[in-house]
Ligand binder design. Structure first.
Ligand SMILES: *Cc1c(COP(=O)(O)O)cnc(C)c1O
Length: 367
């Protein structure tokens, strides 16, 4: 029987029921395990290579993404492990020009040093001729600008050119879209954000359709060691159970906040792919099952953003996004190439009316 998102997230990765055992087994804390003195390594020998709490989380993520997954210590660990395990000197890769900026920094530094050339392409296009590329990495919706790329069309174009198509699914989450089902070869993501949603851990993952490709990434992880710890894996798995509920409220709050913002003359550049006149609306509606709780807008200056954040009771100044608390981040403070008053606003799970009232009050007070 096939189930819907809420059911799938609450049951994802759970072992078969056992009387007297918890639904989700607790974290197993071990580096080495007992070995059979005669036969040697069995199911679990050393936790960098195999770890039961991590494996249960990977089953959960794999079920939701629709392809086997490997967990990493952070999103950056996952993305860089994927890139380094598939590219070699002389390869050319396409990366989002407007995506998570540490990925571009990694390409400019480590990848360039290895002799890998990267081409930066805006998420909304236009996309260049993809021939000669080893891989195309999309980030959709892109963080922080929220443009959306057509995964199916770009997977077809990449495959026709002999390139791999990978998608950073951080903002959407596997309940928002399933890139593997849309034709992507690989999904990379940060689980630090909406996937786990409590702003209390770092996590990343790589999921792939081709087991051989994933085996390369696994070998890379084994030899470089960027694995998440048992407790973080357990917290993440525990948190995935409420993902459907969290995302539903976040998305509902984002719809209300976006509507409030577009109605105000003192806020510009409002972007939310669920707004009917947003440039990303059509393609988002086609390929996404739900729109994330992130809204982007411009308050004109760093000073106004500061006044807004000071006046708001329910909006914490913080980077990252996708958590249960509403947060706002002025990206330019991190050297992102966004305007000084640009805000990435991440809706939490507060009551919608409270949040709208608080943001209205804070916008008025900050004028
Ligand atoms: C946060 C983020 C990452 C990096 O994830 P970490 O868990 O912070 O390492 C990668 N991609 C996107 C789109 C992100 O938002």
């Amino acid at each position: 029987m096939s189930f819907s998102d809420g059911t799938r997230s609450v049951h994802a990765g759970l072992p078969a029921p056992e009387v007297g055992r918890p639904f989700l087994p607790g974290p197993v804390f071990a580096a080495p395990y007992h070995l059979d003195p005669v036969t040697g390594p069995g199911e679990h020998g050393y936790a960098r290579t195999e770890q039961p709490t991590r494996e249960a989380l990977e089953v959960a993520i794999g079920e939701l993404e629709g392809g086997p997954a490997l967990a990493f210590a952070s999103g950056q660990a996952a993305i860089t492990a994927f890139l380094l395990s598939v590219v070699k000197a002389g390869d050319k890769v396409a990366l989002p020009a407007d995506g998570y900026f540490p990925v571009r920094a990694f390409a400019r530094g480590a990848l360039a040093d290895l002799g890998v050339e990267s081409v930066l392409v805006p998420t909304a296009g236009p996309y260049p001729d993809l021939s000669g590329l080893r891989l195309v990495l999309l980030e959709t919706p892109a963080n922080p600008g929220l443009d959306v790329a057509d995964i199916r069309a770009l997977a077809d174009a990449a495959h026709a050119a002999g390139a791999l198509l990978a998608v950073d699914n951080t903002a959407a989450t596997p309940l928002g879209q399933n890139p593997l089902a849309l034709g992507a070869d690989v999904v990379v993501a940060s689980g630090t954000k909406a996937l786990t949603g409590h702003s209390d851990l770092l996590l990343g993952y790589v999921a792939a359709r081709d087991p051989e490709l994933l085996a390369k990434v696994e070998n890379w992880r084994k030899l470089t060691g960027g694995v998440p710890g048992a407790f973080d894996c357990w917290l993440a798995h525990r948190s995935i159970a409420t993902m459907d509920l969290r995302l539903a409220r976040q998305s509902q709050n984002a719809a209300a906040i976006a509507e409030l913002l577009v109605g105000r003359s003192d806020v510009t550049g409002v972007r939310w792919p669920g707004l009917a006149d947003d440039p990303s609306y059509e393609i988002a509606r086609e390929q996404m099952r739900r729109i994330p709780g992130i809204v982007a807008f411009d308050l004109g200056s760093a000073e106004r953003v500061a006044r807004f954040l000071e006046a708001a009771e329910l909006v914490f100044a913080a980077t990252s996004f996708g958590g249960v608390h509403t947060t706002a981040d002025r990206r330019a403070q991190f050297g992102d190439d966004t305007p000084p008053g640009f805000v990435r606003f991440s809706c939490g799970i507060e009551d919608t009316a409270d949040l709208v009232a608080d943001v209205t009050r804070a916008l008025d007070a900050s004028k």
